[in-house]
Design a protein around this ligand. Structure first.
Ligand code: COA
Length: 409
């Protein structure tokens, strides 16, 4: 299919075959200013390329852009799980940018994902200006905690048992627990099998992989994966020994607290860094000195795209409240455009006049419950045709828990 931005039709988009994946990977890394992956890294990346899910843009006989996705599932409010495509490795060669290549790749990818039955897609954005125009909206955020371990003074001790399990066995236990615990909370997703190699084993090194597994009564109920970067212990704050919590999931509050107490108890560590954590995670309440735990960052996490708006609206649960008619605009997938009556019983297409009018990226932002219709109305991101309709929509869309994905890709 030809590129279609501002009349430019000088490139073509097609699905790549497996002989082209390494070239696509090299192209993508180049757009991030990284050199090609050496063989020992490519072995992890290669596994993440899925047949039919990698697109390339071509011009002058060469590849000039690429985008791909990983097969996944996402939990939505109320607990239903929908098909989800995890979009990643978006790049256009520097000599071809701002000529519509990404727009053409997006158009092709969005249509292909919807046609394949994916209900939603999500991505992590390198820059915030890129994806709104394609219908992606920020739908969850994460926080980065930085804990001064020397000051933390935990208020309690590990109550269950936490043991370190190395290598394949540790990963097997972590993967089993993860698959049970996600997707459950709204915004959490399933991980494709190759995620573990590239995001865990490659990062910590296969020989270093240790998983802290928590159990009570002989039953495993949570795990933490962490790595320690040794510094100059106690010398100064300039080069602290740092423990980074890479992944921490627990079946219960007791298991969660024990895992945090365990990582805070590892000796010869000055600082604990925990990027990518849920906004509502109350780590500071475990500590004697809550100011030892600082919010280092609060950032957009999931950029969500509702690929099939009727299916996505029908999949999530709504609270008991008066119904509202929402009109949706979607420039890239016009089959989603139209009005939907949303009530406690669900969501159905309707020809009735709209109470609220919004673009599909704004609908994605309210979909998991991270931001309110009221906030979007107040910041002029949606039009209120019927006074009071934003408050009605907020009552319907209210959630118990802030959404979070917890999986970086
Ligand atoms: C981001 C990137 C893929 C965009 O590709 P592109 O082919 O230049 O995008 P397009 O020409 O289709 O741009 C479409 C629109 O988005 C805008 N846009 C694209 N990238 C943008 C950016 N980084 N910042 C602001 N606006 C951007 C364009 O100006 C254009 O706007 P217009 O339609 O109003 O003219 C490319 O710049 C790139 O590879 N960057 C480095 C790698 C990267 O950041 N990848 C994303 C990883 S998540």
């Amino acid at each position: 299919m030809p590129g279609d931005h501002a009349g430019v039709t000088d490139h073509d988009i097609r699905v790549l075959d497996d002989a082209e994946y390494r070239a696509a990977h090299t192209l993508f890394r180049g757009t991030l200013h990284y050199p090609p992956a050496p063989d020992d890294q490519w072995k992890y990346a290669q596994e993440t390329y899925d047949a039919g899910r990698v697109l390339g843009a071509f011009a002058d006989g060469g590849m000039i852009g690429t985008v791909q996705s990983f097969p996944s599932a996402m939990a939505v409010p109320g607990g239903a799980v929908v098909r989800h495509a995890a979009v990643s490795r978006v790049g256009v060669r520097a000599d071809w940018t701002r000529r519509g290549v990404l727009s053409a790749l997006q158009r092709a990818q969005l249509s292909a994902m919807r046609a394949a039955g994916d209900v939603v897609a999500s991505l992590r954005a390198s820059e915030t200006a890129i994806y709104g125009r394609f219908g992606y909206g920020v739908a969850s955020r994460y926080k980065h905690l930085r804990i001064d371990r020397r000051r933390a003074a935990p208020r309690s001790r590990v109550a269950g048992r936490v043991r370190l399990v190395g290598g394949e066995e540790g990963e097997r236990i972590a993967r089993g627990l993860f698959d049970e615990l996600s997707p459950v909370r709204a915004g959490t997703i399933s991980r494709w099998p190759a995620w573990w190699g590239i995001s865990v084993r490659r990062v910590v090194g296969e020989e270093n992989l240790r998983v802290a597994v928590r159990s009570a009564g002989g039953v495993d109920d949570g795990y933490a994966i962490y790595k320690v970067t040794p510094g100059v212990h106690d010398a100064s704050d300039e080069k602290p020994s740092t423990l980074t919590v890479m992944d921490l999931w627990a079946r219960s509050a007791e298991a969660w607290a024990d895992l945090w107490l365990f990582v805070l108890g590892v000796d010869l560590v000055d600082r604990v860094e925990a990027p990518g954590r849920p906004v509502d995670e109350p780590v500071e309440w475990l500590l004697g000195d809550r100011r030892a735990c600082r919010l280092a960052d609060l950032e957009d996490e999931s950029w969500l795209r509702l690929l099939d708006v009727p299916a996505a609206l029908a999949a999530r649960a709504y609270r008991s409240a008066p119904s509202v008619v929402v009109a949706v605009r979607d420039a890239y997938l016009p089959e989603n455009a139209g009005s939907y009556r949303i009530s406690a019983e669900g969501a159905v297409r309707t020809g009735e006049a709209a109470d609220l009018v919004l673009d599909v990226d704004a609908l994605a932002s309210v979909y998991l419950g991270d931001v309110s219709f009221g906030a979007l109305a107040g910041t002029r991101r949606l039009e209120v045709a019927t006074p009071g309709a934003a408050a009605r929509a907020d009552a319907l869309f209210a959630v118990d828990e802030v959404p979070w994905s917890g999986t970086f890709f």
